[in-house]
Design a protein around this ligand. Structure first.
Ligand SMILES: [Mn+2]
Length: 227
């Protein structure tokens, strides 16, 4: 089992480039080593829309993508794909990318068994399970090519106007349901819900776009902080 290292950094739900520049700014600080970490966990939805096998979508976030590619050659990075960023393996050869299908992934933090995932695994709806397969399909790609820019522009515009920061009322109830899948884990770390809240052994990470916070391991504890 892989270990979560002291000082490890978790960045969740940045929704870059539509909902603030914090993600890019933090990547720049990591690159210049103004901020240092032993291990970087990108918890998904770091990009508001990004997927592999398509050049046009990359033009919206070119600087952040290129920084991540550079960073990944000198820093251990784990990327848990979210529902907004998927099919990323082709884009980031030096990052360990976990597709939705293989999540949650078990890590060790001290003596604790920690289950990590983006957090949308146990939701209903199968739409984005198909994305990767469709995107990889040469025939579909060829057929869609003439409409590619219009489809992506439309989608990007919609996403940029979407309100993404909400208080989830009754969140504890939802956590209870999620935790039924995690009886053998001592700690569960997820993004996706943008709640920045700890409920028992469940950690709902802050959204970098909503709370402006990230999480870091300090003395084997996961703490939320501003960087
Ligand atoms: Mn999500």
């Amino acid at each position: 089992m892989l270990a979560i290292k002291e000082n490890a950094l978790f960045i969740a739900d940045s929704h870059y480039p539509h909902h603030g520049d914090d993600f890019l700014a933090l990547l720049q600080k990591l690159d210049s080593e103004e901020i240092q970490t032993s291990q970087l966990f990108l918890m998904g939805d770091n990009f508001d829309l990004l997927f592999g096998h398509n050049d046009y979508i990359q033009t919206f976030s070119a600087e952040a993508i290129s920084l991540l590619q550079t960073l990944s050659e000198k820093l251990e990075i784990h990327y848990f794909e979210g529902n907004h960023d998927f099919c990323l393996r082709a884009l980031f050869p030096y990052i360990t990318v976990y597709s939705r299908e293989v999540q949650p992934v078990m890590f060790q933090l001290g003596e604790k068994k920690v289950a990590i995932s983006h957090g949308d695994k146990y939701m209903t709806g199968f739409g984005y399970d198909l994305y990767c397969k469709i995107l990889r399909n040469k025939i579909t790609l060829t057929l869609l090519k003439p409409f590619e820019k219009a489809i992506i522009n439309h989608r990007m515009k919609k996403l940029s106007q979407k309100h993404i920061c909400f208080t989830f009322h009754g969140f504890e109830k939802r956590v209870e349901e999620i935790l039924r899948h995690y009886e053998d884990a001592d700690l569960v770390i997820e993004g996706h819900f943008h709640q920045s809240k700890k409920v028992g052994k469940y950690i709902s990470l802050p959204s970098q776009a909503c709370q402006g916070l990230v999480a870091q391991v300090e003395e084997a504890e996961v703490v939320f902080k501003q960087l």
